[in-house]
Design a protein around this ligand. Structure first.
Ligand code: DQA
Length: 152
């Protein structure tokens, strides 16, 4: 059965490709989304991608994914919340609120090798798994993990 894998990107990730290329690389958000769609398709699933610079839009998307998870249409969410990772208790609450839907936290850069304020994540305690520091390949790993998990 074809499932949806929801890929959510938070603030400033629309700037991928031009934003701090030494840290985030040269791939664009369109490249990331194409990689997710291809990886999901390789498993017979479909990636649904959203990027927003607004916390509320990410919360709404998590709630919608949670509702679709309950009806068996969604396998889970891949979430790169950008800087909201380090600030948003609301995102942690949303992920708790849609449990047991699996949410995989992704960071392109190795946040632990960067400034101390990036070392804490409000998402990690409620994430099903975490992929950090593999560049955009982390999205492929996360989509792959959700597809395998859905297979049981
Ligand atoms: C990021 C890391 C965050 O600290 C930063 O605010 C981002 C991107 C990453 O993918 O490496 O916007 O989530």
């Amino acid at each position: 059965m074809t499932l949806k894998i929801v890929v959510l990107n938070g603030p400033n990730l629309n700037l991928l490709g031009q934003r701090e290329p030494g840290t985030y690389g040269s791939a664009t958000l369109a490249d990331v989304e194409a990689l997710c769609r291809q990886t999901a398709a390789d498993h017979g699933h479909a990636a649904e991608c959203l990027q927003s610079n607004h916390e509320g839009a990410l919360l709404d998307a998590l709630h919608a994914a949670g509702a679709a998870f309950r009806t068996g249409e969604v396998a889970g969410v891949v979430l790169n919340a950008g800087a909201l990772t380090h600030t948003s208790i609301a995102l942690q609450d949303a992920i708790r609120g849609v449990a047991p839907m699996p949410v995989i936290e992704v960071h392109i850069s190795n946040v632990h090798a960067r400034e101390a304020f990036r070392h804490h994540s409000w998402i990690s305690p409620v994430a099903a798994g975490i992929v950090i520091g593999f560049g955009i390949d982390g999205y492929r790993l996360a989509v792959d993990a959700l597809a395998r998990r859905a297979r049981g």
